[in-house]
Design a protein around this ligand. Structure first.
Ligand SMILES: C[S@@+](CC[C@H](N)C(=O)[O-])C[C@H]1O[C@@H](n2cnc3c(N)ncnc32)[C@H](O)[C@@H]1O
Length: 251
């Protein structure tokens, strides 16, 4: 298995920690993504690569009929345990187990970069109704916060973060031009240890060897225990959610 495939499949080994320590998504980002549909009524929404249900839970809370599709068994089990009122199905973005034109919006949270784009985009187009929306979103630490930038540098490993340019990727005949928006968010952490536990749920941490991981963890902990922003009790880590949306055109 190559590194890309190993990383894409790495999250399940830490599924429980993932569910406990990863952030959720801002409601404003979900609402913005759905704006082109022109209604706030209950919609048929698909959370593709749903993981343990971080985004799924937000979609359910907004009152939508949600189908969650996730290939990793351990991640899907966590989702089923934690998120109710959702139809949860095993499946991949390249072969979505949902009939043609039955979905109003496909959401992808921090996972679009793992897909085989050439196969996934036509599949997403197939399940969407004409006029439906594809929304790909990510969560990143706020690059304008000095201590956080320093912390991010410290948490780098021999494996780099994975990301494509979504606008370029979404340039596909089944979809209109992609629009982009950024939403502020925070991730509440109780302690430096909980912050390090969060970072350890990223694939670049999951696929490195134990020795490298231990060294990076020591550096991160030392930093967080010394910084005034993070050394004492609960603190909010400033995040931003980048969202790209595009509308399924009629053929
Ligand atoms: C970083 S996690 C994001 C999970 C969730 N959407 C969230 O925001 O927390 C990436 C997820 O993509 C899934 N994944 C990887 N390759 C995939 C593929 N080809 N099709 C669908 N899901 C995939 C992984 O199993 C993992 O659950």
């Amino acid at each position: 298995m190559d590194l890309h495939a190993r990383r894409a499949d790495s999250f399940g080994a830490q599924a429980e920690a993932y569910a406990e320590h990863r952030p959720d998504y801002p409601v404003a980002a979900i609402r913005w993504a759905l704006e082109p549909l022109g209604t706030t009524e209950r919609l048929d929404v698909l959370d593709l690569a749903a993981g343990t249900g971080k985004l799924t839970a937000g979609l359910v809370a907004e009152g939508h009929r949600v189908t969650a599709v996730e290939p990793n068994e351990q991640m899907l089990s966590e989702l089923v345990r934690r998120v109710h009122d959702v139809r949860a199905l095993p499946g991949h973005a390249e072969h979505i187990p949902v009939p043609d034109q039955t979905i109003d919006a496909v959401f992808v949270g921090t996972a679009f970069h793992w897909f085989d784009q050439e196969k996934a985009l036509p599949e997403i187009a197939r399940v969407l109704r004409p006029g439906g929306v594809l929304a790909a979103m990510w969560l990143d630490t706020d690059p304008d916060v000095a201590w956080l930038e320093e912390f991010q540098q410290l948490s780098n490993t021999s494996v780099e973060s994975q990301r494509h340019d979504p606008v370029e990727v979404m340039a596909h005949p089944s979809f209109g031009p992609a629009e982009h928006a950024v939403f502020p968010h925070v991730h509440r952490r109780d302690s430096p240890e909980a912050t390090v536990a969060w970072i350890n749920t990223h694939s670049r941490m999951l696929v490195i060897d134990d020795e490298e991981r231990a060294a990076v963890n020591d550096k991160m902990l030392e930093f967080l225990r010394e910084r005034p922003e993070t050394s004492n009790g609960p603190f909010d880590v400033p995040l931003r959610s980048e969202v790209f949306r595009t509308v399924r055109v009629s053929e």
